[in-house]
Design a binder for this molecule. Structure first.
Ligand SMILES: NC(=O)c1ccc[n+]([C@@H]2O[C@H](COP(=O)([O-])OP(=O)(O)OC[C@H]3O[C@@H](n4cnc5c(N)ncnc54)[C@H](OP(=O)(O)O)[C@@H]3O)[C@@H](O)[C@H]2O)c1
Length: 223
């Protein structure tokens, strides 16, 4: 079992932290305001969770999840993440993050921005296209007929295998969408971004499982 650090422990980060803690990993939560503000999140994630600073989460994590708005990426410490696998859940949202012309023009991805900031880390895009309430409820044991498949993308094959194992423990199959640049296929606004949303209820209805075959079609449909 490993220690997973979380830089950003909001809706998505804490939902994922709970899943990996249930799977038996220790987790270190952090946010922008300091560990003393994480009490409620700690309770929700459970006894395997502790709170720290961003520096603590980066240093203590064998693997580190970055789950902040994109505009916060410069706060992610570089040195303690050298050589580590970094899971990136970030979706670029211009209304929240401001203007990133390279992303808007399709020449860069949010993950690419983070990877440039962390040149000696192995960034893998994952857990970025499922609504946090669905992530919390849609995990299933391996082989279950209603188990969902999540896309992952990254430039390092071993790092992707590590993330696929973690996703499996959290209750999901994974489909390798290719290098990090291919994360554009499941970015905000793509067909795959809506893979698990019921069109009748969207964010209020339960999630709708998506198989590997269904997800592959959605990824292929991105421009
Ligand atoms: N919500 C979803 O269903 C969902 C699904 C998939 C992907 N995502 C993506 O995942 C990311 C997180 O989404 P969310 O919904 O969890 O957001 P959120 O609830 O607003 O949480 C954001 C977290 O990031 C932390 N943070 C912000 N700036 C920081 C900084 N400079 N240093 C350290 N931590 C910082 C916040 O800490 P403070 O509260 O202390 O500021 C908070 O813990 C976003 O990029 C989002 O697009 C979200």
């Amino acid at each position: 079992m490993a220690t997973i650090g979380f830089i950003g422990s909001g809706n998505l980060g804490s939902a994922l932290a709970r899943l990996v803690a249930i799977a038996g990993h220790d987790v270190v939560l952090s946010n922008s305001r300091g560990p003393e503000t994480l009490g409620e999140r700690l309770t929700r994630v459970g006894p395997r969770a502790s709170a720290g600073t961003v520096a603590d989460a980066a240093a203590r994590g064998d693997l580190v999840v970055v789950s902040t708005p994109l505009r916060a990426y410069r706060s992610v410490p570089v040195a303690p993440l050298r050589g580590k696998v970094v899971i990136d859940t970030i979706n670029f949202d211009p209304a929240r993050d401001g203007d990133y012309p390279e992303i808007t023009a399709g020449r860069q991805t949010a993950s690419g921005v983070l990877q440039e900031h962390l040149p000696e880390s192995f960034v893998v895009k994952a857990f970025s296209n499922m609504f946090f309430k669905h992530l919390a409820t849609m995990g299933r044991p391996a082989g279950a007929p209603d188990r969902s498949t999540l896309p992952i993308a990254g430039d390092d094959a071993e790092a992707k295998r590590t993330v696929a194992t973690l996703a499996d423990e959290a209750g999901f199959d994974t489909l390798d969408a290719g290098p990090l640049a291919e994360s554009r296929r499941f970015a905000r606004g793509t067909p795959a971004f809506h893979a698990y949303l019921d069109p009748d209820g969207m964010f209020t209805a339960p999630g709708r499982p998506a198989s590997t075959t269904a997800l592959a079609k959605l990824l292929a449909a991105a421009n």
